[in-house]
Design a protein around this ligand. Structure first.
Ligand code: UFG
Length: 326
């Protein structure tokens, strides 16, 4: 397949490109490099451009012609920032995506795999979240992703655009061969923050946001899904559209919840030393438990997450953090 990866210079997109290329697919990356890294584009060509600029999108399709599948990872994705600066989120994530969709319709492309998020569920009432749970986002980031999910339903009905939304729970880990990995500025995610607190003695001490949640040890429980498991799900989702005509959504997690303290303990085992931390106040908007019921994706897409052990996942992230190349 010839696959267009929008946002292919970012954390998830770059791992996707490596996996696509390993599977023998041709890759074209389109990225504005606002949070992605040119150095992470190692598989396929990089077209620098912005989904907010229609001329950039027109040029991309003019030069590279037809794609068999489009994967769309471009997004602003920090929950806190989305509350402070919603305009940036609605523009990038909704208006930018509308530009992509309209360009697809205009050029006769009809297969899209779209990055959605567990944040569409807001504060769920159940601990194991399947696709039937109501989507009630509690921040602009989750709201933008829900809006696109809804737009995709309408674009299928009106224009025949087929899509799969993949709702990631906590994407984490790195390429075991260390060619790409997680590199956010600023970093807000738990696993890289835990590992950075080991790597860099001068960095601020690790903070644990709240230990008074209704969980076994009082810290929040999340479903940490390895980046390579996300990559395999995307290819399966793309192939699903070859013989399914609709706008679909699947939750992606490994189905196991780990608390913040369990993650820190697993990280200590991986790095072989103690990790100091302070217990801080709860972070606004954090649900106590978010774990995916991914059985629909497993059944419909024929997908199976391989990384279910948190220690194995953290080991790949640790390898990357010790050798960060960009
Ligand atoms: N946490 C800490 N210290 C840190 C960082 C995080 O204690 O330095 C805690 C958080 O409070 C939370 C857990 O670790 O309880 C996980 O936090 P992350 O920031 O790593 O991930 P989130 O669960 O907040 O975010 C993920 C995705 C978002 C998505 C959200 C949906 O990364 O894109 O789930 O709720 F929006």
């Amino acid at each position: 397949m010839k696959v267009l990866v929008l946002g292919g210079a970012g954390y998830i997109g770059s791992h996707m490109c490596k996996y696509l290329s390993e599977q023998g697919h041709e890759v074209v990356v389109f990225d504005n490099l606002s949070t992605g890294h040119a150095e992470a584009v190692k598989w396929g060509v990089l077209v620098k451009g912005d989904i907010l600029n229609q001329a950039d999108l027109d040029m991309l399709f003019e030069i590279h012609g037809r794609f068999d599948l489009i994967m769309h990872f471009c997004a602003k994705s920090l929950v806190g920032e989305s509350v402070q600066q919603p305009a940036i989120y609605y523009k990038n994530n909704v208006v930018g995506t509308l530009n992509v969709l309209d360009t697809m319709v205009k050029t006769g492309h009809d297969k899209l795999v779209f990055s959605s998020t567990a944040a569409v569920f807001g504060m769920p009432q159940v601990n194991l979240i399947d696709e039937k749970q109501p989507r009630r986002p509690i921040n602009p980031y989750g709201q933008t992703k829900k809006m696109v999910e809804d737009i995709l339903q309408d674009y299928h009905q009106a224009y025949g655009l087929k899509s799969v939304c993949l709702r990631y729970f906590n994407a984490c880990g790195a390429d075991p061969e260390c060619e790409v990995g997680e590199c956010h500025q600023p970093e807000t995610h738990l696993i890289p923050n835990v590992l950075k607190s080991v790597n860099n003695a001068s960095s601020a001490k690790l903070k644990v946001f709240g230990n008074d949640y209704p969980t076994a040890d009082g810290t929040c429980v999340r479903d940490y899904i390895h980046i390579n498991d996300l990559a395999t799900a995307h290819i399966k989702a793309g192939l699903y559209l070859d013989n399914h005509d609709g706008a679909y959504a699947f939750n992606l997690g490994n189905g196991n919840g780990f608390s913040v303290l369990q993650v820190i303990n697993a990280a200590m085992a991986v790095v072989g030393e103690d990790i100091a931390f302070d217990i801080e106040a709860r972070r606004q908007g954090d649900p106590a438990i978010l774990v995916a019921d991914a059985s629909l994706a497993i059944k419909q897409l024929g997908w199976q997450p391989k990384y279910t052990d948190i220690t194995d996942i953290i080991a790949t992230a640790w390898q990357w953090h010790q050798n960060e190349k960009f």
